[in-house]
Ligand binder design. Structure first.
Ligand code: EPZ
Length: 413
């Protein structure tokens, strides 16, 4: 367990560089299972989720080396993972399903269940792979998918990011043409498809709601650098919005953050985009209405971050969380800091107060922890943030140090 003491911060200034995107890196590492040649992924951030994904890939028979962020995966003889513990260590472990179906014709479907933000079912992953010909079997009390996949049309009831990624990977080396309708459009999916194409896959429509994959015999290795982390960039932008100041977020790609940028501007921030990154300045004062949606809608991963900022807006803000069924766990903790928030099902109404006050709060998930860190910087008096399950290092490479470089005072308790 980690705890942080966060001091009030009157403004954040300077520049900070974002890392490559956690939610691009994790599927790209799983993609290493797709070929017996080496796949190199560069500038991989030092995250607990990355470490756990590499442990899982080794359990799937891969050689997986990480030399200061340059990760090389080699899957000569892939196999199903044996360790339940390694599969449960991170939600993204489900992303080995598609590649294992492609390489071995068999994949376990006992993957992590729910977490703080929701059930996290994998019915769409299973349904998609079964539409391609996989059959569900039970052996010694465990459920597997197995069979030879052939190209088909697949409709996703929900534009699931993970299910889209699994089906794209499974379809890349199967016979025939696969068409995914209602596919997720997140930039991380387009990034995965770009890497697969560099490995020899034939994919059209990545980043749109319809992705067409023409199976090829086998894939070769590649050397790939993932896109920057749009949610890490949103985290720094929201911290600047909450405290006031002027922050240059180097490496941020504004075209991946349109919804967040529009909302920051609605709150009164100035933003300027350049090839170098995104400059945010001013102080957010106005209330907003946010409805989270799959991309290009407002990202659910930035909902808690934006809510923290809205706690000191001059007026009432409304947040509708349409993606996950339980993603308001940060509300009770913000309330302990004096925020005035009412939750009704998936709607939270935030009545801005003049100033939050420091308190002892607990982070229930990755983005809630980051949001409470931002609230602590905005508050009067010190805040003790308890990160019981070490959520923050799962998705941020040294977030306290990054904020400290901009003028924040955050020490480990
Ligand atoms: C990815 O999770 C991200 N994780 C999440 O980021 C992100 O919040 C989410 O996409 C939505 O953008 C990674 O990319 C590693 P989904 P994923 O499948 O793929 C339901 C973070 O903080 N659903 O798009 O698991 C599901 O319950 C994390 O970085 C089904 O019902 O998300 C949810 O309500 C948190 N059945 C909705 O769809 C399924 O089979 C969206 O889930 C799959 C999903």
């Amino acid at each position: 367990m980690s705890s942080y003491i966060i001091s009030p911060c009157s403004s954040l200034n300077g520049e900070i560089e974002v890392h490559t995107a956690k939610n691009a890196v994790l599927p790209l590492l799983a993609c290493g299972l797709m070929t017996k040649e080496p796949l190199t992924v560069r500038n991989v951030p030092d995250l607990t989720d990355v470490h756990n994904m590499l442990l899982l890939l080794r359990d799937c028979g891969c050689e997986a080396m990480n030399e200061n962020g340059t990760v090389t995966i080699c899957a000569k003889n892939p196999r199903m993972p044996t360790s339940e513990e390694k599969m449960r260590a991170l939600r993204a472990s489900v992303l080995v399903m598609g590649p294992l179906m492609a390489r071995t014709g068999r994949a376990s479907v006992s993957f992590p269940g729910g977490c703080a933000i929701g059930q996290r079912p994998i019915d769409l992953h299973r349904k998609g792979l079964m539409a391609l010909g996989a059959e569900e079997i039970t052996e010694n009390g465990k459920t597997y998918l197995e069979g030879r996949l052939v190209g088909k049309s697949v409709y996703l009831d929900l534009p699931s990011v993970g299910a889209t990624e699994n089906i794209v990977m499974a379809a890349a080396t199967e016979e025939g043409i696969t068409r995914i309708e209602n596919a997720a459009k997140e930039p991380e999916i387009a990034d995965l498809c770009r890497c697969l194409c560099e490995m020899g896959a034939r994919i059209r429509g990545a980043g749109t709601g319809t992705i067409v994959i023409e199976g090829v015999k086998e894939l070769k290795g590649a050397d790939y650098t993932p896109i920057p982390d749009r949610i890490e960039a949103a985290t720094y932008a929201c911290a600047a919005a909450g405290c006031g100041g002027r922050v240059m977020i180097k490496g941020a790609r504004a075209e991946h953050m349109r919804a967040v940028i529009y909302k920051l501007r609605e709150m009164g921030m100035q933003t300027r985009e350049s090839p170098e990154g995104l400059l945010v300045s001013g102080r957010a004062r106005k209330p907003i209405e946010v409805r989270t949606l799959s991309y290009p809608g407002f990202p659910t991963d930035a909902q808690a971050l934006m809510m923290a900022v809205s706690c000191q807006a001059a007026g009432t803000s409304v947040f509708m969380e349409t993606v996950f069924e339980n993603r308001f766990m940060h509300v009770s903790e913000l309330t302990r800091m004096g925020a005035r928030i009412r939750v009704e099902n998936r709607v939270a109404v935030v009545e801005g107060v003049k100033r939050l006050r420091g308190a002892s709060v607990t982070g229930s998930d990755l983005r809630a922890g980051a949001a409470l860190m931002i609230a602590g910087l905005m508050a009067e008096g010190e805040t003790l943030l308890i990160d019981e399950e070490e959520h923050i290092p799962r998705g941020y490479q040294r977030l306290p140090e990054a904020l400290a470089a901009l003028g924040a005072r955050i020490t480990k308790a």
